[in-house]
Design a protein around this ligand. Structure first.
Ligand code: PEP
Ligand code: MG
Length: 323
């Protein structure tokens, strides 16, 4: 089977009915690009920049960040790279950033919330990204967005830094897409509002599922509630994709669910535009997608969302469609 998959390395991902779907990779450092190439990744759908911070004894300088972002953009040779701004907090700590002790770190001070409260650190990252933008096809993504206000504030800071750089004579690309992760149910519910202002969405199911089901993604005791195929999750995903398409925008997914072989047929049916996963899942997913018809998968997704009551029923339905 591996040999069969390997033949698909240099192929585009085209479904049985001829629809192109973008299969992208999640990376944590520039070194991960080797795996992306080896597995035929068509883009980087999530560059988790927090590793840059976690692997450093102090805040990485603008220059250090610029070097890393430039390396990834150049390495992808003009293919899209979605860079997520720092997502510290929750389970990820930094030795040099003292965060308050919290009862519920996953519901607390993390990601964009830290960035908006400590703008110096955030602006340094934004400047590094903007300077790197001329070396490839950069897309900037903000994590853990709950409200439009947060997005507007983050985007305004980005635009301010861009204007400053331009006035300093630094060249900055002017086709940078700016999007958000959809990983908080509040944002998924009002995706239609967000869709008017963002360039794209990327659904972070790892967090979206934990917040929707109110079940800690690390807690074994409640892991039975961690249900990617629960109709509630599918409905949220559908809402996000439909809202983006209404505004002519695109939706990707960068949570684990994007590479889940049971979820892929459903997500194809819902019209997901980009799937981003660990590089090692790309070829088997491409192989699966080539065997599936999007119209048939749309019918499957419709039934899953409207007729199924439970995650178990959804799984059985998917199996009946793909076997
Ligand atoms: C997610 O929440 O699905 C996601 C991709 O982000 P992370 O796993 O880094 O929280
Ligand atoms: Mg997340």
């Amino acid at each position: 089977q591996k040999a069969e998959w390997n033949k698909l390395k240099n192929e585009a991902t085209v479904t049985l009915d001829g629809k192109h779907i973008e299969l992208a990779a999640n990376i944590g450092t520039p070194k991960d690009l080797v795996g992306v190439k080896d597995n035929g990744g068509e883009a980087v759908g999530l560059y988790r920049t927090e590793f840059l911070y976690m692997d450093s004894p102090d805040f990485p300088s603008e220059e250090d960040q610029f070097i890393a972002y430039k390396a990834v953009l150049e390495g992808m040779e003009g293919k899209a790279v979605v860079v997520r701004t720092m997502d510290i907090g929750g389970d990820k700590e930094l030795p040099y950033l003292t965060l308050p002790h919290e009862m519920n770190p996953f519901l607390g001070y993390r990601a964009i919330r830290i960035c908006l409260a400590q703008p110096d650190m955030f602006r340094t990252q934004l400047r590094a990204l903007l300077r790197a933008s001329v070396f490839g096809k950069l897309r900037i993504m903000f994590p853990m967005i709950a409200t439009l206000g947060e997005f507007r504030q983050a985007k305004a800071m980005l635009m301010e830094e861009k204007a400053k750089l331009v006035s300093e004579g630094v060249s900055v690309a002017d086709d940078i897409q700016v999007g958000i992760m959809i990983e908080i149910p509040a944002a998924a519910v009002i995706a239609d509002k967000f869709a008017k202002e963002v360039d794209f969405f990327s659904i972070g199911t790892n967090d979206l599922i934990q917040y929707t089901m109110a079940a800690d993604r690390m807690n074994e005791r409640v892991s039975y509630l961690y249900q990617p195929y629960n109709p509630s999750i599918l409905r949220l995903i559908k809402n996000v994709i439909d809202a983006s398409h209404k505004e002519g925008k695109w939706t990707g997914m960068c949570g684990e669910m994007a590479g889940d072989q049971t979820a892929v047929p459903l997500l194809m049916g819902l019209g997901l535009d980009e799937f981003s996963m660990s590089a090692s899942s790309i070829l088997k997913t491409r192989s699966l997608m080539k065997r599936l018809d999007t119209t048939k998968m749309a019918e499957l997704a419709d039934k899953a969302i409207n007729d199924c009551d439970t995650a178990e029923e959804v799984v059985a339905l998917v199996e009946s469609y793909t076997k």
